[in-house]
Design a protein. Structure first.
Length: 356
C-alpha cells in the first residue's frame, strides 16, 4: 500500500481565531542589495486601517517570496514591521525562479491560511502575479485601485475597491464575492505611515509542498531602459507638467527648460501625449503614472478625472490655465487664470535673470 506523501511545510495548519490581511512584500534590488518595494509600505499602512475596521484580532501579514535568496532577511523583516506588518510569512524554496513559481507558492500559502483580503502593488511584478494567484484561488481581482475601504454588505464586512473606469470619466467601486478579496493598488496613491509602527513582530517560514516550478514562458532576452528620468518620475518631489494648452513641441521644450532651472521632473497629460508633444512614458493619469510630489505645477492642463487620479496625493497643486472654468482649478491649491505659455516665458526669464 502506497504511503501518502507528507506535506513539506512548517506553518501550523491549525485553524486560528484571528483573521488575516495579506500584503505582497515585493522585493527589488537597490545597488544589488534586496529591499522592499516602496509601494509595500503604502499597502501595509492602508491594511492596518482596513484591519481596524474589519473584525477584531485581524492581523496584517506581509508575504515575502523572492526569486533570490534574501541574505539580509532581518533588515527586510524590520522594515516590514516598521511599515505596519504584524506578521511576516517568508516563503522559501530554491526552485522558485520565476513569477509562476511565486504565484504557485503564494497560492498554496493562501489555501492554507485563508486570508480575508490580499493586496498587491500594481507594479510590473504585481500585475503579473496577481491574476495568476486569483485564477489559482478561483477568486476575484480588482485591478489598478486608487482607494480601499471596508463597507457593510448583506451583514458582512467587505473590501470596497475603487478604480477609474470608462476612460477615467467615472469611479467604480467593486466588491469581491469570494475570499481572499484581491486588489492591486497603484503606487503613490495611498499614504505611508507618518510614524513607524514597531520594530518586531511574528515570523513564520513556509516551504511549498509542490515540486513543479516549470515556467511555460521563455525569456528570449532582456533590455534595461536607459531612460532614467522616466523611471524616477514616480518619486520626484517637484513635477512640472504640460497639457494641450502648451500647443507645440517648442513650448514643451520651454517646459523642460523651466523644469531644469528649478530641479523638477517633466510630465504631460494624456491630451499632450495624444498630440505628440511628449512621450507616453511621461504621461500622468489613469493610463499613465501615478505620482505624489510635494509640488505639482500644471501648465495648460484642463484636469479631467483620468488626469486627477494620477495626482490625487500631490501635496500642493498649482494650476495655470486660460479657462477659468477648467476642472483642475477645483482641486488646486493655487489657481492662476492666465495664458500658460506666457506665464512659462515669464518664469524662465525671471529665473535666468536671477542666475546671472
Amino acid at each position: 500500500m502506497a504511503r501518502k506523501k507528507k506535506t513539506n511545510n512548517n506553518v501550523d495548519n491549525n485553524t486560528c481565531q484571528s483573521r488575516e490581511i495579506f500584503v505582497y512584500a515585493e522585493v527589488i534590488k537597490n545597488n544589488d542589495a534586496p529591499e522592499v518595494c516602496p509601494v509595500v509600505s503604502e499597502l501595509l499602512n492602508s491594511a492596518k486601517k482596513l484591519a481596524s475596521e474589519y473584525e477584531k484580532n485581524t492581523k496584517v501579514c506581509a508575504v515575502l517570496c523572492s526569486e533570490t535568496v534574501l541574505e539580509n532577511i532581518n533588515d527586510i523583516k524590520k522594515s516590514l514591521y516598521l511599515a505596519g506588518a504584524d506578521k511576516v510569512y517568508y516563503i522559501k524554496n530554491e526552485n522558485i525562479k520565476s513569477y509562476i513559481g511565486i504565484a504557485k507558492s503564494i497560492s498554496e500559502l493562501c489555501k492554507l491560511k485563508q486570508p480575508e483580503i490580499f493586496l498587491i502593488g500594481a507594479t510590473m511584478e504585481g500585475r503579473t502575479i496577481a491574476p495568476l494567484i486569483a485564477s489559482m484561488l478561483e477568486t476575484g481581482l480588482t485591478a489598478d485601485c486608487t482607494k480601499l475601504e471596508i463597507t457593510d454588505f448583506k451583514d458582512e464586512k467587505k473590501l470596497a475597491s475603487s478604480r477609474p473606469t470608462f476612460g477615467g470619466q467615472l469611479m467604480a467601486t467593486i466588491l469581491c464575492k469570494k475570499t481572499p478579496q484581491m486588489a492591486t493598488v497603484r503606487p503613490s496613491v495611498l499614504p505611508k505611515a507618518e510614524n513607524p509602527y514597531k520594530e518586531d513582530g511574528e515570523f513564520e517560514e513556509f516551504i511549498p509542498s509542490f515540486e513543479n516550478f516549470n515556467d511555460p514562458i521563455t525569456v528570449l532576452g532582456t533590455e534595461i531602459s536607459k531612460n532614467k528620468f522616466s523611471s524616477e518620475l514616480e518619486n520626484a518631489q517637484i513635477i512640472v507638467a504640460g497639457g494641450k494648452g502648451l500647443k507645440s513641441e517648442e513650448n514643451f521644450e520651454k517646459l523642460k527648460k523651466f523644469a531644469n532651472l528649478i530641479g523638477a521632473a517633466v510630465a504631460g497629460s494624456r491630451g499632450a501625449v495624444d498630440m505628440g508633444l511628449i512621450d507616453k512614458q511621461y504621461q500622468i493619469g489613469q493610463t499613465g503614472k501615478t505620482v505624489a510630489p510635494k509640488v505639482y505645477l500644471a501648465f495648460g492642463i484642463s484636469g479631467a478625472i483620468h488626469h486627477m487620479v494620477g495626482i490625487n496625493n500631490a501635496k500642493k497643486i498649482i494650476a495655470i490655465n486660460s479657462d477659468e472654468n477648467a476642472p483642475i482649478f477645483e482641486n488646486s491649491d493655487i489657481a492662476i487664470t492666465a495664458d500658460a505659455i506666457a506665464v512659462l516665458d515669464k518664469l524662465i526669464e525671471e529665473l535666468e535673470n536671477n542666475n546671472r
